[in-house]
Design a protein around this ligand. Structure first.
Ligand SMILES: [Ca+2]
Ligand SMILES: [Ca+2]
Length: 544
């Protein structure tokens, strides 16, 4: 169905308010005195594209039309969905000995911390599309960046869209779907407009001013390579700082008008490269004390080539000094992001919204800092597949609870909809974590599945990995390109591949069967991974 733009004369007051809210994007960028620098190209990003105005207006109109039929807001909880980008489990509450993350730690004390949570694909776009559609990448067809599920399964109702359709006010600040970081900061990135009623895309000094100062392993490349900078500018001028300010601003308005519950998604950009954060955050991490991985040469001897397929040539030029600089900057970015999370959570408390708001904190995938000689993402090792996950659901989660059972980001869709009494599409593939939230000893599904690609186009193959409480079992191209088995009870760093050890042969055979059954269940009814239809990228604003 083609949705025509609504004439300005027919806009209701809600639409006007939303248009005004969108202008807040330029409020940050133009009013600040440090923006006196002439940057015509970047500044033009703040002109809201006409098509975007159309989406907002149509969205507001449709939500306005259904709003009178929904129950009163007070009876349903709000959702504050906070994400970090490329954050592994280097957090105080996950036992990291050096990283300071007091705000995320304090959220963990209020809710349940999932000790073994895994992304379904260790790359921004596929992971986020999976989480937000409630489908494994094999069912939504998104296995690379720069694509959105509207190009494959346009009728799927996204997680925030399900909330919108139930009458919630759904807003996005920053990165929820994929963005090309840092170049797309300040734009909608590869967003799905049908998911939100309001989108705010601030861009700070890290994006607009400081790129020439950034140290990078690959000239003029800041996002896909290791890059860092200790900024002399304060929190409030950085993109993530502006995002926290925007979140405070939205929450203030939500607190004033409680006629509808809200689903506010805040997607911070740090600690994604470039690791830019205010200089004082670097001080907490003396360079010489940054941990260096040892014994890589010996470790990689028992690995199939695909296990190391994410290795980049440029990382071979890293010296220990550069490694420690990169890790220092990564940790500083985490503490900076944590401080912004704290601002948002404090505002929620201050406004009296915390008691009726479910708070989720997670990341789209983990991150290597030299383990097995790898950096960044796209591996199926623990550091790349594992993500932090904290859910604080007032009245529904055990405060300070720790769940040991493996879970996945795929589980967030059915969990959040169930907690809020909203219908989820029948095809969502995750489990409801509700029982684990109230009793963290519950086992649930008991395993998590992640996948990644190797090669491209006709030569593309998949690797799949299954994580149980004790074991990780991985198959590359159904075992044709190698297998790995790790015993986390004795080998938490996945140093010893047991897949070819005779005494584990029965275990490997059993895991292989379980893995292949699990993989078969990730496919849609057709049995085929949905194909990309170029150009199909329209919001689903009406009932299918
Ligand atoms: Ca990411
Ligand atoms: Ca090894």
């Amino acid at each position: 169905m083609v949705v025509a733009p609504i004439p300005l004369s027919q806009l209701d007051s809600r639409s006007i308010t939303l248009s005004h809210m969108h202008l807040s994007v330029s409020r940050h960028s133009i009013a600040s005195d440090w923006m006196d620098v002439t940057m015509p190209q970047t500044r033009s990003r703040y002109q809201l594209p006409p098509i975007c105005v159309c989406f907002i207006v149509v969205a507001a109109h449709l939500v306005g039309a259904i709003a009178p039929h929904i129950e009163a807001a007070e009876s349903r909880p709000n959702v504050l969905f906070i994400m970090a980008d490329d954050l592994n489990n280097s957090l105080g509450c996950y036992g990291h000995p050096q990283v300071k993350s007091p705000n995320i730690d304090s959220l963990a004390n209020r809710g349940v911390r999932f000790e073994r949570s895994y992304c379904q694909f260790p790359l921004c776009g596929p992971s986020r599309n999976s989480m937000l559609t409630g489908l494994y990448p094999n069912s939504n067809g998104i296995v690379q960046n720069g694509q959105v599920f509207r190009q494959t399964i346009p009728q799927q109702v996204s997680l925030p869209q399900a909330f919108r359709r139930a009458g919630y006010f759904a807003a996005r600040i920053g990165k929820l779907y994929h963005y090309n970081v840092p170049n797309s900061i300040g734009t909608n990135g590869h967003d799905d407009p049908g998911s939100w009623e309001l989108e705010l895309n601030p861009a700070g000094c890290d994006r607009l001013l400081e790129q020439p100062e950034i140290v990078t392993l690959s000239p003029n490349n800041f996002g896909g390579t290791l890059s860092w900078y200790a900024s002399p500018r304060g929190d409030l001028l950085h993109t993530d700082g502006l995002m926290a300010s925007d979140a405070e601003w939205v929450l203030e308005r939500c607190a004033r008008d409680k006629s509808r519950p809200f689903f506010l998604a805040v997607g911070f950009f740090r600690p994604h490269t470039p690791y830019v954060s205010p200089a004082p955050y670097f001080d907490g991490y003396p360079q010489a004390e940054m941990p260096l991985v040892q014994g890589v040469e010996e470790d990689v001897k028992d690995l199939p080539a695909d296990a190391l397929g994410s290795h980049k040539k440029e990382h071979e030029h890293l010296t220990d000094e550069l490694r420690q600089q990169a890790i220092q900057a990564y940790f500083a970015s985490i503490s900076f992001m944590d401080a912004q999370v704290g601002r948002v959570l404090n505002k929620l408390d201050e406004l009296g919204l915390a008691e009726n708001t479910i708070v989720v904190f997670t990341s789209d995938h983990g991150y290597h800092l030299g383990e097995h000689g790898l950096w960044q993402k796209m591996s199926l090792f623990e550091q790349s597949a594992r993500v932090p996950l904290i859910i604080a659901a007032p009245g529904a989660s055990k405060s300070g609870g720790v769940a040991e059972t493996p879970v996945g980001l795929i589980d967030l869709y059915p969990t959040l909809t169930k907690l809020c009494g909203i219908a989820a599409p029948e095809n969502v593939q995750g489990q409801d974590l509700g029982p684990i939230l109230s009793d963290p000893t519950q086992v649930g599904r008991g395993w998590a599945l992640s996948q990644v690609t190797r090669g491209a186009n006709m030569k593309r193959t998949f690797g799949f990995t299954l994580r149980t409480p004790r074991w990780r079992y991985t198959e590359w191209d159904q075992g044709n390109r190698g297998r790995e088995l790790y015993d986390h009870e004795n080998d938490p760093l996945e140093q010893t591949n047991l897949a070819d050890v005779a005494e584990h042969a029965d275990r490997v055979a059993e895991f292989s069967k379980t893995l292949q059954e699990a993989v078969a269940n990730t496919l849609p009814e057709s049995g085929e991974i949905p194909a990309i239809h170029e150009g199909v990228w329209a919001p689903n604003l009406t009932d299918p």
